[in-house]
Structure formats: C-alpha cells, structure tokens
Design a protein around this ligand. Structure first.
Ligand SMILES: Cc1cc2nc3c(=O)[nH]c(=O)nc-3n(C[C@H](O)[C@H](O)[C@H](O)COP(=O)(O)OP(=O)(O)OC[C@H]3O[C@@H](n4cnc5c(N)ncnc54)[C@H](O)[C@@H]3O)c2cc1C
Length: 344
C-alpha cells in the first residue's frame, strides 16, 4: 500500500470535481478522485455515437445563483458553453404545445455537456475504472477498497463520497456497527427516481418536417404523459450541419417498470411509439437508437444541507445533488461546501 492520500474523493461527477478543484485552488495537495467509469461528468455526460455526440443525461443548464453563474461566465469566456435557446415548450395533456412564459438562457456545450466537467477537472488527479466497494477505519485513517483492473486498497486522511446516497450506503456497509443509527437512517432515507433516456437518429428529410411543424422548438416538457417526460432536439446544440438526433426522457413511473438494463430496448420502442402518437408519425422509424437506464436519475426528496459528515476515526463526507436538489448547480454547490468545510 502506498503513502496515504490527504483526500480521496469517490465519484467524478459535478460534486466530486467541484470539491476537488476548489480544494486544489486553495492549495491543498494529495487529492485523488476515484471514478468507476472511464470519464468525468457522471450524469453530466456525453456519448459519441453514429458520427456525432449526444447528451443522454443533463440536457441544458440555467444557472440561478451567483456562484454557479460565475462558473458559467468562465465557461462562456472559454467558448465551452453557449445559449441553446431562451424559450422552452410544454406539451399539455390535451396536446397543446405552449411556449413557456419564463424566458432566459438555457446553456449547452456544443461539443457535449461533459466538456463542462472536463474543463473543471483538467488539473485534477483522476483515476478511472476504480469502483469503491468498501471503506473501513485503519487507525486514524480510512482504508478504501477499490475494484478495477486489479483490486486495490488505498489509505486516506479524509474521504469524500460524492455519489448518489444509495450507492454510498453500499460502500459504507462495513461501518454499520460504527456509524450512529440515526446517521445511517438519514442516508438510507434518500431515494432516487429512475429515468430512461433514448437517443435516436433521423434523416435530414425527417428533420425538415419537424422544423416545418415545430419551428424553433427544441425542448419540450410533456406534462401528465404516462411515458414521456421530456423530448429535445439534441442535434440543434451541435455545430451545424449535424446529423439529426432527438433525445427522449421517460417519466420516472415508466422507467420504474424496466429495472433491468436488458429490458431497456423494449422501453425505448414504447417511448418512440409514444412520440409517434404525440408528435410525428415517423418517430419509431429512426436510423438508429441508443437507450440508457439511469437507475439514480433524480433524488426524490433532497436534503437541505450540503453534505453529511462524521469525524471519527477521520473525516468522512457524503455529498452530491441529493443534498440540495436535483440539478447540476446543486451538485456544484454541494461539492464547494464540502471543500470549504475541509478548509476551515
Ligand atoms: C436524464 C437526466 C437529465 C438531467 N437533466 C438535467 C438538466 O437538464 N439540468 C440539470 O441541471 N440537471 C439535470 N440532471 C441532473 C444532473 O445531471 C445531476 O443533478 C448532477 O449531474 C449530479 O451530479 P453528482 O456529482 O451529484 O452525481 P453524479 O453525476 O451521479 O456523479 C457521481 C459519479 O460517481 C461515480 N460513482 C458512483 N458510485 C461509485 C463508486 N462506488 N466508486 C467510484 N465511482 C462511483 C459515478 O460513475 C458518477 O460518475 C439530469 C439527470 C438525468 C439523469
């Protein structure tokens, strides 16, 4: 086992990288982020597929508070994000398509939403393909067991689990007899809604028809629909010309009927058929489609504090969007709050 890290962060989503970059900017050293997947961003993700890139997680961002807006000022100056639209739409139960009254910029990254995460993470020590499976005390340190190409153990003086609470509950299973019952119950109380996101590619002729029927319409929230929650013209975020792509997001109740990744193809078909009923007849006739099941998409009842923590035998923090809300801004602020608590 190597020298202990000062700070080990689990999860390279927005909360984890915001926390690490803030700590590093404050001069802290010996920080590493362990991420189970092969890239940064978590649910702020982008996948390359069929000669283009597609955002199947976070679709756009509208900063609300000053701190997140300041990050966006930097992202705009660095040409990473730009306004996608300032008007979104709602499809009512009766089939009326209404322009939403609240007009303000919805920002996207034309090269993919994960560029936002990459920008923040550029100077961080990121270790991909490393899934934290358990944590245990080791004297005055924490010992983290990681599953990767080979199982590894690392020691750290402080550990931050910047992952959805249900996943953190699994990692801390060995601490069941150490952590106060009330603390464990607070963590176990956090549940997530699932979501299925489908990316589907179309022809230029199909896109031209969409534009004729729905001019300037890029983002539609479907209210009271049993299957579709949201649909967006993803390719309109990209540098033009771009291959036509739509992203469809399911409602949580619909996704809950398909808990197994192998069932997601049939869910995808049902979603495209629903888009046929609600929008245009050719939705199921796509060139290609790629569904993704988000088991932990949106926290059901987020907390109102930025993190949970305990101090013995060493500092251990739990954070993520679930601490404050359900958006990227919440994850960002939660990560910063942990960094500030550590720096105090
Ligand atoms: C379909 C969808 C659409 C959305 N649309 C929007 C939107 O339009 N606007 C908006 O603001 N927000 C949106 N959100 C929400 C937003 O994506 C999240 O709030 C935010 O990205 C959460 O960041 P996080 O860091 O808390 O968690 P995550 O992004 O989930 O990051 C956690 C990271 O930890 C990793 N991880 C988990 N367990 C382990 C482990 N044991 N070991 C190692 N690594 C682990 C994961 O791989 C992941 O990379 C959307 C989410 C979804 C799913």
């Amino acid at each position: 086992m190597t020298t202990p890290l000062e700070i080990a962060i689990v999860g390279a989503g927005m909360a984890g990288i915001a926390c690490a970059s803030q700590l590093q900017a404050a001069g802290r050293q010996g920080i590493a982020i362990f991420e189970k997947s092969r890239g940064v961003g978590g649910r702020l993700t982008t996948r390359r597929m069929f000669d283009t890139c597609v955002d199947r997680g976070t679709c756009y961002i509208s900063p609300k508070g000053d701190r997140f807006r300041a990050l966006f000022d930097r992202l705009i100056a660095a040409n990473i994000v730009e306004t996608w639209t300032d008007t979104t739409h709602t499809l009512t139960k009766n089939g009326d398509l209404l322009a939403d009254a609240d007009i303000y910029p919805r920002y996207v990254a034309p090269s993919g939403m994960n560029q936002i995460a990459k920008y923040l993470a550029k100077d961080l020590d990121l270790r991909f393909g490393q899934r934290a499976i358990s944590i245990q005390p080791d004297g005055k340190l924490w010992r983290l067991t990681l599953e990767g190409a080979e199982p590894t153990e690392i020691l750290a003086r402080t550990v931050i689990l910047a992952i959805p609470a249900p996943q953190a509950v699994d990692v801390i299973a060995p601490l069941a007899n150490i952590l106060p019952e009330e603390f464990l119950n607070d963590l176990r109380a956090i549940e997530y809604y699932p979501s299925i996101a489908v990316a589907a590619g179309y022809t230029d002729a199909q896109l031209a028809q969409w534009k004729a029927v729905y001019p300037q319409v890029r983002s539609i929230t479907c209210t009271d629909d049993p299957i579709l929650g949201w649909i967006g013209l993803d390719s309109s975020k990209r540098q033009q010309p771009a291959p036509p792509v739509f992203v469809l997001q399911s409602t949580p109740n619909f996704a809950a009927k398909y808990p197994n990744p192998e069932d997601v193809e049939s869910a995808s078909r049902a979603m495209l058929e629903r888009a046929q009923e609600r929008f245009l007849s050719w939705f199921p006739d796509c060139q290609w489609q790629q569904p993704h099941l988000w088991r932990y998409a949106f926290p059901k009842s987020p907390r109102s504090d930025s993190y949970l923590s305990i101090d013995a035998p060493a500092p251990l923090f739990f954070t993520g969007d679930w601490c404050r809300g359900w958006k990227v801004e919440d994850a960002y602020l939660a990560g910063l709050a942990v960094a500030e608590a550590i720096s105090r």
